[in-house]
Structures are given as structure tokens and as C-alpha cells.
Ligand binder design. Structure first.
Ligand code: FES
Length: 408
């Protein structure tokens, strides 16, 4: 046991291996998950990068930066996904581990400021934990353990394999031994300092000889092949990332079923938000546990038009289904449900805990991916925290033309 402890103490690379594997796998998975999900790049999806940027912009201390990113959300989303993938693959393979750790810290800190800055208590937000989890790898790197870069360097002789004798000039030894003084050796009774009697070298006399006379001792030139090693290892890591990313994106697009978005239906609808047809007033019911009443309505046949903005046809949300739309009042992503004939309920998709976008999880539940809060999809009420309040209801009504109108 003492031996194992001593070996671990001498080689931080082994001690850091579990942390490195966890962080590498997590960031690789996070990047691939984004690339594999077409909804991430589809603006009409409430979980899209565009919807998330819009939502985070409202509360984040870096809202100015997010405002810039909101002009090119797909590019921003791609940078995040590919950045996570590059960091994850680099750390897993042991290629530029310190640089990858720095990238991990930057991505985590940016996510902390954008997403989990308002998490309360602060330690519930995972991003700040990731920031600090990366620091040991930033300081120690991979310790040349399970490292592609280190293995290639060993193969090419840029770093010496364990147990290899490396030539060091005798002059260097006299400078660092601590006993050398004015050409004499204090450790050897102030005898003339020479290789043959050097107590530090302890018999490695060959090292003090001129290079041409030495036995075949490997000589390592770190500069000689550095470019080749870097290009090669980056090529392997980059190629791995490209293959993984391409496979994920392809498989994701084959398997993924995008949730319905009302805005898609609205685009092809013939109705106009400027000229809604006549309707009767919608009926209103309270949403237990939610912060304000939600509105439901029955299809109408006459009377004044409903107030508000058309967000899409009611037929796009069959009974028992859910669809997404953008709340015209706030610009936030939102969901509308059709629990029974002629009844619609709508809620903001923004989690009241720290602003993540909730997702419909079936069984009449919305679940927040950030810290696991769950909400009743019919009322918006909290089923479990850490969110303390329910989802914000959005008054919605169906007009006589079959369009759904949001009061905003
Ligand atoms: Fe924390 Fe939703 S943001 S649970």
C-alpha cells in the first residue's frame, strides 16, 4: 500500500486519471449531444440554442455578449458544441491536455455566467464546479499517463522512456551538485573535482566524456521533431473528433423526431395577426400552484376577435399533444398543451429557478435539464424543486378561425 501511495505521489498523472476521464467523457458527450440534436439548431424549438440565448439574455451578467451571439445563434451553438468536443477528445486522448483544460475552464465559466449564475444556493449550479474541477489538469496536465502525445514523443525520442540513460555534461553537474567549489569537491575532502571520483555521479563516468567518445547513449533533441509530433497528435485528436461529430450528427438526424412548433404551422397559415376573425370571449380558469391564472378557451363562432397575437393553428396541437411557440410578449420560448377538446393551456418554457429551458417529458410533466425541477404540465405548478414557483402561465385562446391567440 505504501508503495502504491509513493508511486501515486510521484506521478500526479495517475491520481488525476479518474478526473481526466470523467471530464473528458462529459465534455465529449455534451458536444456530441448538441451536434446530434437537430432541435438544438432549430430556432422554433424551445430547447434550441437561439431560444436559450434569448432566455439567458434576460438575466445573465454577460447579456451584452449574449446579445451579440443572438445575431448568429447557429454559429455560436456550433462553436460551443465543437469546443466541448475538442476539449473532451483532447483530454481523453492526452493531446494538449493543459490547453484543453484551459478551454474547459473557459467554456464552463461562460456557461456559469450565462446559465447558472442565479442558481441558489450557488453550489447547485454545476458549471462553477466544472470551472474548478479543470484546474488540476491545467496545472499538472496529463502527467504523461495514458497520453497519446507523450507516447508519440517517446517513440520519436523527444522524451526519454523510463529507465533510459540520458547524457548530461559534467559541467552541468558541477553547477547543480552543491559540493563543487573553485574546482574542488567539498564532499570529497576538497579533492580536485573530476568525473572518476565524483560521489554524485557514482560511477557514471561515461557521462563526463566528450560526446564523440561516449557509448551509444540516446541523445534527445526536443526541437527536432516537435512540429511533427504536434501535427500528428492534433491530427489524430482532430480526426477522432470529426468522425465522432459526423456520426452523431448523422445518426441524430435519422433518429430525431422534432417536437411540433406552432410557428412552422403559422408560417403556412392563411390567417393574419392583423385581422383576426370574430370570436367570443375566451373562458378563463385558474392554474393551481402557478403564479397567475392560465387561460383556456373553446372554439368560437362569432363576436369580437380575441385580443392578442396569433401563434399558430389549433389543429397543430391535437388533443393530448404539446407544441412549442415563441411568446410574442416576452420573446421567450413557450409551450401550449391541448389536454382535452376545446381546452388549451400555455406556459413559458423558462424555468423560474435559474432560467434554463424546461422540456416536455411526457406524462403531463415538464422537467428542467439544469437542476431537475419538475412541473405539472397542466397547471405549471412545481412538482419538485429546487424551483420554488411554478411556470409562468400564458393566456391563450382559440379564435373562430381555428387560430390560437396569445394575449401579448
Ligand atoms: Fe435550476 Fe431549472 S434552472 S431547476
Amino acid at each position: 500500500m505504501a508503495r502504491i501511495t509513493e508511486s501515486l505521489r510521484k506521478s500526479p498523472g495517475w491520481m488525476l486519471l479518474p478526473l481526466r476521464l470523467f471530464l473528458g467523457f462529459t465534455f465529449t458527450f455534451a458536444g456530441l449531444q448538441k451536434l446530434a440534436n437537430p432541435g438544438f439548431f432549430n430556432a422554433s424549438n424551445p430547447a434550441s440554442i437561439e431560444a436559450q440565448i434569448r432566455a439567458y439574455q434576460l438575466r445573465s451578467p454577460i447579456h451584452l455578449l449574449l446579445g451579440i451571439a443572438s445575431h448568429a445563434p447557429v454559429v455560436f451553438g456550433l462553436i460551443i458544441a465543437l469546443g466541448e468536443l475538442a476539449v473532451g477528445v483532447g483530454v481523453l486522448l492526452g493531446v494538449f491536455t493543459r490547453l484543453a483544460a484551459l478551454g474547459g475552464i473557459m467554456i464552463s465559466f461562460m456557461l456559469f455566467l450565462a446559465v447558472s449564475f442565479h442558481s441558489h444556493p450557488y453550489y447547485i449550479g454545476s458549471d462553477i464546479v466544472f470551472v474548478f474541477a479543470w484546474t488540476p489538469l491545467l496545472i499538472f496536465g496529463d502527467g504523461q499517463v495514458a497520453s497519446l502525445e507523450a507516447n508519440v514523443k517517446r517513440k520519436l525520442g523527444i522524451i526519454a522512456p523510463l529507465g533510459t540513460t540520458v547524457g548530461i555534461d559534467f559541467g552541468t553537474i558541477t553547477r547543480v551538485c552543491g559540493h563543487h567549489e573553485a574546482g574542488r569537491c567539498r564532499a570529497n575532502g576538497r579533492a580536485i573535482c573530476q568525473v572518476a571520483s565524483c560521489p554524485v555521479l557514482n560511477g557514471f563516468i561515461e557521462l563526463g566524456q566528450p560526446r564523440s567518445q561516449r557509448a551509444a547513449t540516446p541523445v534527445y533533441d526536443p526541437e527536432r521533431r516537435r512540429f511533427l509530433v504536434r501535427a500528428g497528435t492534433v491530427g489524430v485528436a482532430g480526426g477522432t473528433a470529426v468522425v465522432l461529430g459526423t456520426l452523431s450528427a448523422g445518426i441524430g438526424r435519422i433518429l430525431y423526431q422534432a417536437p411540433k412548433a406552432l410557428s412552422d404551422s403559422l408560417a403556412s397559415s392563411t390567417s393574419s395577426t392583423q385581422d383576426p376573425p370574430p370570436t367570443t370571449s375566451p373562458a378563463t380558469t385558474a392554474a393551481p400552484g402557478a403564479s397567475a391564472p392560465a387561460t383556456t378557451s373553446a372554439p368560437t363562432t362569432g363576436g369580437p376577435p380575441p385580443k392578442g397575437t396569433a401563434v399558430g393553428p389549433a389543429t397543430a396541437v391535437p388533443v393530448g399533444q404539446v407544441a412549442s411557440f415563441t411568446d410574442p410578449a416576452s420573446g421567450e420560448p413557450a409551450y401550449v398543451l391541448h389536454p382535452s377538446t376545446a381546452k388549451f393551456v400555455a406556459f413559458s418554457a423558462i424555468c423560474p429557478h435559474a432560467g434554463c429551458t424546461v422540456q416536455y417529458a411526457g406524462s403531463d410533466r415538464f422537467v428542467c435539464p439544469c437542476h431537475g425541477s419538475a412541473f405539472n404540465a397542466l397547471t405549471g405548478a412545481v412538482l419538485n424543486g429546487p424551483a420554488a414557483t411554478g411556470l409562468t402561465p400564458i393566456p391563450i385562446a382559440e379564435g373562430s378561425n381555428g387560430q390560437l391567440y396569445v394575449d401579448g
